[in-house]
Design a protein around this ligand. Sequence first.
Ligand code: NDP
Length: 267
Amino acid sequence: MGNRLSGKVAIVTGGNRGIGRAIAERLADEGALVAVGDLRDDRSADCGAEGLTFMSLDVTKEVSIRTFIDEVLQKFGRIDVLVNNAGIVIHKCIDEQTAEDWDRLMAVNLRGPFLMAKHVVPEMRRIGLGTIVNIGSVEGYMVNPWHTAYAATKSGVHGLTLGLAVDLGPDGIRCNTVCPGWIDTELNRAYVEMHPDRSLIERELGQLHPVGRIGAPKEIANAVVWLASEDSSFVSGEMISVDGARTKKISLPAILDEEYRAKLTKP
Ligand code: NDP
């Protein structure tokens, strides 16, 4: 618990579960009043969530975004922090990918953050400050097989971040992106569960990260709190990887990598 965001009002999209939920809870821990916007207005998720208000929001629909923001303003009177977290993934190679898949990914992952920013920025301008934190991905720089469209959306989020930082800097509004590595959430669990030997996959996933393990949602939330707060007051337009150094390690043939990997799994 702290007070780094005391008196601030924050919005977190896709905050019912996973990384978004951890972000909403950490922002509230730091004193923010948090409006959680998600497809389901999941008030049952409310239990034990002090400082969180759950409202329905579909980031693919501009009408839903406007209604949500009006509700937030009616309830809290201002918006200081926007966290664009809602996201989906589709695993398909390019020849199986349909135009509808592409459009759906773009609508949630890229058009959504654009529209949220478009509708929130006038409120931030009105109070003369604000911070926008997008959740991008290490897949904005590198890509897993069958993630062409997903990677394109996340590169787009990184580009959006640069543009917003430049355009909104003069208004006292900063914009940054956190790029998570492999984080343990439902989005990824389904992927792991497709494999018959789950414990093998989990061990191998850990070994891809020089820190020897995958990440937890709270570790992304801690970076978001820093970017949302005055502690990062001169940081804008940055893509910050939170990935246990996964993207910093150059791949080696497995046989040469064995000693290193063995060290990572030592208790
Ligand atoms: P989850 O699938 O666990 O949670 C995503 C949340 O977003 C869900 O609550 C979902 O609602 C909501 N959502 C989906 N579509 C919409 C929409 N149209 N409008 C509003 N809310 C919506 O995902 P994660 O927590 O793992 O991922 C969060 C973010 O982090 C995403 O942007 C993802 O791309 C990114 N990321 C995740 C990584 C990981 O390893 N987990 C790695 C890199 C980036 P519902 O449950 O109703 O579908």
